[in-house]
Structures are given as C-alpha cells and as structure tokens.
Design a protein around this ligand. Structure first.
Ligand code: SF4
Length: 327
C-alpha cells in the first residue's frame, strides 16, 4: 500500500508585476506531477537546480501550499487540511534540510532543538523523560549524550546534519523528505550520512523522498527514481532499470556525468547546452526541446506524454522506446 500518493500536483507562484494592470504571470514550479511512495521505500528525486524538485518535496508534505492536486498520506487526503488538523498529522512526515547550520537555531542547545519537537507533539512527559529521549536520539544518529548541552556552531557540518536527522526522528515519522541532505558535506561525510539514513530506515521502516541534483548519490540510495525537468517528471522507474537503460535524453545526460569505475567503459559525457529555461515561460511542446540533442520538428509543438515503455519504467519523450538507452 502507498504511504504517500501525489496526484496531479501543481505549484504555480505568482510573479510580482512592475506595472499595475498587466496580466499576472506565474512560475510553473511543479506542473501536474504524479508519484507514490510505499512504506519503508526510498524514492529519489533528481534534476538540475531550478527544476522544481525542492518545491515538489516541500509541497508533497504541505510545507508549501499546492495550487491544485491531491496529497494522500496513509490513506487520508491531507491536501485540504490546515491549522491544528495539519499540525496533528505533521509528526508523521518530516523534513531534513540541505543546510544543516541554517536549519538549526544557533541560540538553542541540541537538547532544546530536539526536545522542542518532542514537546510540540507531547512525546515526552517531564524534563527527565525529555532528556532521556534526547540522549537515545543522539545515540541513534551516532552522537554522544554529552553533545546535548552544546550549541550548533560547536559541531562540524556532518554532525549538524546528524542533529537535523535526530530532530526529524524525534517525532517518529513515517516519511522524511531529505532535501539535498549531503550536498553541502565533504564526500567522506556524505557516505556516513547516507549510511546513517539507510540504517535508520532498516530499524524504523521510514520512507524517504530523497531530493538531490547528483544522480550518483540518488542512484546509490533509491529503490525508484523520478527525474524532474522544468516542473515535470520526465522519467521514472526502478533505480536499476533507469540507470542501466535511461530512456529520456535528459536522464542520459545526467547519467553521463556520473563517474564510472569501469576503465573500459565507452560511455561519453553528454554536455547539455544552456541552462534550464525560465519556468515563467516554459518552452512549448517538449519543455526539453531547446537543449535536446535529438529534437525533431514535432518536439517544438507536441507535448510528449509520460508513457510506460517497460514495466514500471516511464518516460516523456516522443522518440523513446523500450529499446532506447542501453548502457
Ligand atoms: Fe528530445 Fe523530442 Fe524527446 Fe523532448 S520529445 S526529449 S525534444 S526527442
């Protein structure tokens, strides 16, 4: 059964207009996105910066109000909830942020940062119980109970990310949206944090939506991957199938940038021209056509549907077939 089901989700932000009377324009940050996450599953969400993945991650757990669409969490439609009703559900879905320093209040001790979450949701009665729970949580994320009285600036980046994870873990969530949780860390520390997330998943059955621009990281941790471009999912499938046989030219380009261990590999780096276009005026037809190395005339006018090309493997490209993309 699905823990989270996102249906036709859109997030369009109005753009401020310099002249009164001009028609409003909108940033199409997330455009008609559908996906599911099963209990205990990790789904990776990958794309270049500016593709809408952070907005999608936040909208999926109502940290941003969607423009339209449905969010069904554990069988309940939460898209329409607000106020106390939403706060009561919120302990079931948490977020770990990219910047482990910016997301921790520098004036609070670690005990207060983690204890605050326990208190809001009534998960520790009294100071002694709270202190005990904080110590257990610190241990679970590989920190020492003596760290509880310190301030965030006294920790390294990796340790701060562990504190962020402990804070999310405090309320016993079933889903954590991890927004670029390792991109600000050194490579060796990245591996430690990813191992920690995987250990916690095994112990607690937590599901992750793992948002990152680096397909190498996403590939390692995810069972399924969603590839996002200009607010839309352009390819999705089992991580192994998608990485072995990417169907969409955008996914092929992202994968070509992932270092390969095999010295005999003949894989060529595909360099994409230009940046992601403006989400205020996305290109017509296939939104990827201005950068696509194999675009045809119809790509400028016809929007490609997200089609299932192999069981569970979908891509939005007119030219993609089941045979496309063997590596
Ligand atoms: Fe490229 Fe056309 Fe496929 Fe879009 S539909 S990815 S432009 S070939």
């Amino acid at each position: 059964m699905n823990l989270l089901a996102i249906e036709n989700l859109k997030v369009h932000f109005p753009v401020r207009q310099p002249f009164i009377g001009r028609a409003k324009e909108f940033v199409h940050a997330v455009d008609d996105v559908n996906f599911t996450i099963a209990a205990g599953e990790t789904v990776g969400l990958v794309g270049e910066s500016g593709c809408g993945k952070t907005t999608l991650g936040r909208a999926a757990i109502k940290l941003i109000e969607p423009t339209s669409g449905r969010i069904v969490f554990d069988g309940e439609e939460i898209g329409a909830l607000s106020g106390a009703e939403l706060r009561a559900r919120r302990r079931r879905f948490q977020m770990v942020f990219q910047d482990p320093y910016g997301s921790l209040d520098p004036r609070l001790t670690v005990a207060d940062i983690i204890g605050e979450a326990l208190e809001i949701h009534g998960l520790a009665s009294g100071a002694t119980e709270r202190r005990r729970r904080v110590e257990v949580l610190l241990k679970q994320v590989g920190l020492d109970s003596s760290h509880a009285s310190r301030l965030p600036h006294q920790f390294s980046g990796g340790q701060r990310q562990r504190i962020g994870i402990a804070r999310a873990l405090a309320v016993e969530p079933r889903l954590i949206v991890c927004d670029e949780p390792v991109s600000a860390l050194d490579v060796s520390v990245q591996a430690q944090i990813i191992n920690l997330l995987q250990d916690l998943q095994r112990e607690h059955g937590i599901a992750y939506l793992f948002v990152a621009h680096d397909l190498a990281v996403v590939k390692h941790i995810s069972r399924r991957i969603l590839v996002m471009y200009l607010g839309r999912i352009v390819e999705s499938g089992e991580a192994k199938s998608l990485c072995r046989s990417p169907k969409h030219p955008y996914t092929q380009a992202l994968l070509s940038a992932v270092p390969v261990v095999d010295p005999d590999s003949k894989r060529q780096r595909i360099l994409l021209a230009g940046d992601v276009p403006s989400p205020i005026h996305p290109p017509g037809g296939c939104p990827f056509h201005p950068r696509c190395p194999i675009a045809e005339a119809r790509c400028k006018t016809e929007v490609p549907a997200l089609r299932e090309l192999e069981p569970g493997h979908l891509a939005a490209c007119h030219l993609a077939t089941a045979e496309t993309g063997g590596q």
